[in-house]
Design a binder for this molecule. Structure first.
Ligand SMILES: *Cc1c(COP(=O)(O)O)cnc(C)c1O
Length: 375
C-alpha cells in the first residue's frame, strides 16, 4: 500500500556520513569502529543507517537482540555483527547460520553455543561481557579469568574478546570513568589475552571525552546520529567538527482557527486563552512519539517561527498558538524537530522539556513515523 501520512521523519544520509567520518577520526587508525544500530538505529532505520556506515568502511555493527542481527544479514550487511543482550536457546542456530557474534555473560549460553557448534561441526566466536561498574549485564572482574578459562575449554567456542560499558562517560571529567577504565584494562593481564583478542568499552562519551579508552574497538551510537551524550553541554563544548543531527520531524497544519479570550483548549482545558488567539491544529500526538509530557511546554516551527503547544497533546492531534505568525493556512509545513528557515528545535531541547535524553526522543519519533531518506 502506498499512502501518505501527514507526518514524516526525514533522515539526512550525508549527516550520518559526516558523523561517522568525524568520530572515526577521533580514534586511533588501528582501532576498530563499531556502529551501534540497535533500536532501529535509534529511530534512523537499522538497515539504512548500517548501509551508510558500511559504505563509509564500517565493518563492525552492534544490535541488542538476535532478530536484529538476522535482519541485517538478510538485508545484505557484511562484516561483524555483535548481539549484546544474549539469546533465547531456541535461536542458537541463527548465530551459525547468519554468522553473528554473541556477547555472553553466563556459562549456560556458552554451553548451548558449544553444543550447537559440535552439531554443526563449526566454530563460533564469542565475546565476554564484564561488569566493571555499570551494574548491568556482565560477569564481575573477579570472575572473568575463570569464566574465560571455562569457555575456552569448550569445543567449538572461539574466545574473541571482552567488553564492558561506561555508566558515566557522558560526564567529561568524571574520575569514575577513569577508574572504571583501569579496572577494564587490568583484565588484559588476567588471562592470556593474546594479540587478536579484542577489548572494547568506549561508547560515544568514551570516544569524545576519554580518548584513552579506545582500546581495540569503540562502540558508537548517539554520536553517529548527531547528538552528544551530554546534550546541549556537549554541543557548546565542541571545539572540532560538530556532529550534525540526521533526523528531522515534519508535519503540516490541518486546520486554523481564531478563538476569543477565555477559550479552553483540548482535554481538561489545561490551557485557557488570555486574549484573542489564532490556533493551528496538527496531526501529531503521543501515538506519533510526541510525548504527552510536552503538553503546554513544547514548541514547533511554523513559517520559521516558534509556536507553543497549548493544551494537552492528544493521541493523534495537538494544538499550537500561531497568534502573530502571518497567514498560516491548512497544509503549511510544521517542523517539530529540526530546522526551518533560521530557527532550530533540537532533540536535546525536546528531551530537556521531557526530563529525558535525546536518545529517547529519537527512538520515539523515528520509530513511530514513516521515514524518508535524503542524500
Ligand atoms: C547502546 C550501547 C552503546 C552506544 O552508546 P552511545 O552512548 O549511544 O554511544 C555502546 N555499547 C553498548 C553495550 C550499548 O548498549
Amino acid at each position: 500500500m502506498t499512502c501518505n501520512s501527514f507526518n514524516k521523519i526525514i533522515i539526512n544520509r550525508s549527516a550520518l556520513r559526516h558523523n561517522y567520518t568525524v568520530l572515526k577520526k577521533r580514534v586511533p587508525a588501528a582501532t576498530r569502529f563499531l556502529a551501534m544500530v540497535k533500536a532501529d538505529a535509534y529511530g534512523h532505520g537499522m538497515f539504512e543507517a548500517a548501509a551508510v556506515f558500511q559504505c563509509e568502511g564500517c565493518r563492525d555493527f552492534g544490535v541488542a537482540e538476535t532478530f536484529e542481527g538476522v535482519c541485517l544479514r538478510e538485508e545484505g550487511i557484511e562484516g561483524n555483527i555483535f548481539v549484546f543482550l544474549g539469546f533465547d536457546s531456541h535461536d542458537v542456530s541463527l548465530y551459525f547460520e547468519h554468522d553473528l557474534i554473541p556477547v555472553i555473560y553466563d556459562i549456560r549460553s556458552a554451553e548451548i553455543l558449544s553444543a550447537e557448534a559440535i552439531t554443526q561441526n563449526k566454530e563460533i566466536e564469542v565475546h565476554v561481557k564484564v561488569d566493571c561498574g555499570m551494574t548491568r549485564l556482565g560477569v564481575f572482574p573477579e570472575q572473568f579469568e575463570e569464566f574465560v578459562a571455562v569457555i575456552k575449554s569448550m569445543p567449538g567456542i572461539k574466545y574473541g574478546g571482552y567488553a564492558s560499558h561506561f555508566p558515566r562517560a557522558d560526564e567529561p571529567d568524571s574520575s569514575y570513568t577513569s577508574e572504571q577504565l583501569l579496572r577494564f584494562t587490568a583484565l588484559r593481564t588476567c588471562v592470556d589475552n593474546v594479540p587478536g583478542i579484542v577489548a572494547h568499552t568506549a561508547n560515544s562519551g568514551g570516544i569524545l571525552y576519554f580518548p584513552e579508552s579506545s582500546c581495540d574497538m569503540v562502540r558508537s551510537g548517539i554520536g553517529l546520529y548527531g547528538y552528544y551524550p551530554d546534550g546541549k553541554a556537549g554541543v557548546l563544548r565542541e571545539t572540532e567538527s560538530r556532529l550534525l543531527p540526521a533526523m528531522t520531524f515534519k508535519s503540516r497544519v490541518l486546520q486554523v482557527k481564531a478563538v476569543p479570550a477565555g477559550t479552553g483548549v483540548s482535554y481538561g482545558h489545561t490551557h485557557s486563552t488570555t486574549k484573542k488567539t489564532k490556533i493551528a491544529i496538527l496531526p501529531v500526538g503521543y501515538e506519533d512519539g510526541l510525548s504527552r509530557s510536552l503538553s503546554n511546554r513544547g514548541e514547533v516551527l511554523v513559517h520559521g517561527k516558534r509556536a507553543a503547544i497549548i493544551g494537552r497533546i492528544c493521541m493523534n492531534l495537538c494544538m499550537v498558538d500561531i497568534t502573530g505568525i502571518e497567514s498560516v493556512q491548512a497544509g503549511d509545513e510544521v517542523v517539530l524537530m529540526g530546522t526551518q528557515d533560521q530557527e532550530v528545535i533540537s532533540g536535546d531541547e525536546i528531551a530537556e522539556l521531557m526530563g529525558s535524553i535525546s536518545y529517547e526522543v529519537l527512538c520515539l519519533l523515528g520509530n513511530n513515523n514513516e521515514r524518508k531518506y535524503i542524500e
